[in-house]
Design a protein around this ligand. Structure first.
Ligand code: ZN
Length: 443
């Protein structure tokens, strides 16, 4: 039963991962799941008429989404899980074609985020993203995904690069441009391909946001199928688990809020990132639409909770010494609660205790993570979102290896654990007394 459940969760996860080559597609796929679950779509540019007992969602830039469900009775606050749907990848520049010796055409790309470069080489890649096309009265967006093996970034032969196994420094402009086609008589072959994929003449394309992605599909491996591997596990694994828990939950005393930001990998500083106003604006509009005063909105924030869910580093099998001596996370050992004294992770004793209570209530294992005291870790979106909406926040994630590789490894059981914890979070509420004590209500 448990095994079947894990298998069916991973089947759905893999379908989501394989069909979400970048943030635009991830948001589109989350929106379809929300449609199927009966949530109503809102637009930021239209008036919101909200009803108790119903669920809604809204997108920003087509690359970030917030879904929420309002309880039937009056609510105290917001129970939020925030994750991100962007991953490090290569963005295709304008005027992308570069001819080599009048024989080859390669594509001009630049880095988006901090990726591990080496595994991008010598594997089939393709292109996906959005195309903005001219219409009679303005512009419209078309998502495209060229669903076939389209290009490869070839390594140099070892005979031409004897140091490649001794810590080679990859130059993004020199080393990372993918081979696209043989140079023929045709000009603008790349944009013509994109235009035909978008179903428009090339001259109607005004601009694009296009990215390379790894064609290798998600897989299960290990003696007992105990591991999974895929591109973009950071952080689509958390975004997927948050969404599933959100749909399964029964919000009673708090508004359940599933929030997925874009641009975490480049510092979150966009309108659709965690440093933007998307979450604050949405919470504020929910309050206003439900007839709450500004003071009641702030009272609500004091009795709210934010789980910032972004994947965490598991102990590496070949480099176990890189992990902290006593706070070591392992694949399949459950949700990772992340701590950092300098507040790069927002977890403190209060939010850590709330998260532990949620995991215990959900009956799922959890573990703790800190960086080694002599290592600087990565950052995430929890502390960044505090500058817009300040509330009790915990930083968590699912344990994984090879973070920011185009093919990452994680545990086969952990996604289901986070779904269960998210379901408890979204069904619960928290009431702050203001003296360090909190009432946790699990429905
Ligand atoms: Zn992440």
């Amino acid at each position: 039963m448990e095994q079947d459940h894990t298998e069916s969760v991973n089947k759905d996860l893999f379908s989501f991962l394989d069909n979400s080559p970048n943030a635009f597609w991830a948001v589109k796929n989350m929106c379809s799941i929300l449609d199927q679950a009966g949530l109503a779509r809102l637009s930021e540019g239209a008036k919101w008429n909200l009803e108790a007992g119903r669920g809604y969602y809204v997108t920003r830039n087509d690359s970030a989404v917030i879904a929420f469900r309002i309880p039937k009775a009056d609510y105290t606050g917001f129970q939020i899980m925030a994750s991100h749907c962007d991953s490090p990848m290569f963005k295709i520049k304008a005027n992308a074609e570069i001819a080599v010796d009048s024989q080859y055409v390669k594509l001009n790309v630049e880095k988006y985020g901090g990726m591990i470069c080496a595994p991008w080489l010598d594997r089939p890649l393709s292109v996906a993203g959005r195309v903005i096309v001219r219409t009679e009265d303005g512009i419209e967006t078309r998502l495209i995904n060229i669903d076939r093996d389209l290009c490869i970034i070839p390594n140099m032969a070892i005979h031409m690069n004897r140091e490649v196994n001794d810590g080679y420094k990859f130059n993004a402009q020199a080393d990372m441009l993918p081979l696209f086609c043989e140079k023929g008589d045709e000009t603008d072959a790349f944009m013509k391909l994109i235009a035909s994929e978008a179903g428009v003449p090339a001259e109607d394309i005004l601009d694009t946001d296009l990215f390379l992605y790894n064609r290798m599909k998600a897989s299960v491996f290990g003696l007992n199928n105990e591991f999974i591997a895929s591109g973009r596990l950071d952080d689509l694994q958390c975004a997927f688990a948050s969404l599933q828990g959100f749909i399964q939950a029964s919000p009673v005393d708090s508004v359940a809020v599933h929030c997925v930001f874009d641009n975490e990998e480049v510092g979150s500083g966009s309108k659709q990132g965690a440093a933007g106003t998307f979450l604050k604006d949405t919470l504020h509009r929910i309050s206003a639409a439900m007839g709450k005063t500004d003071e009641e909105y702030m009272m609500g924030l004091a009795s709210s909770f934010l789980v910032s869910a972004d994947n965490a580093h598991a102990v590496h099998p070949n480099h176990a010494e890189k992990s902290d001596p006593t706070n070591r996370a392992y694949l399949n050992k459950g949700i990772v609660i992340k701590y950092s004294a300098n507040q790069k992770y927002t977890t403190d004793a209060v939010s850590g205790a709330v998260m532990r209570s949620i995991c215990e209530r959900a009956g799922v294992p959890y573990q703790t993570f800190t960086n080694r005291s002599d290592m600087i870790g990565g950052s995430t979106l929890g502390n960044i979102s505090q500058s817009q909406v300040s509330l009790n926040t915990v930083d968590i994630g699912l344990p994984q290896l090879a973070m920011h590789s185009p093919y990452e490894t994680a545990g086969a059981n952990d996604t289901a654990y986070l779904i269960r914890a998210a379901k408890v979070l979204f069904s619960s509420s928290i009431e702050a007394a203001g003296d360090g004590s909190y009432k946790l209500r699990f429905s």
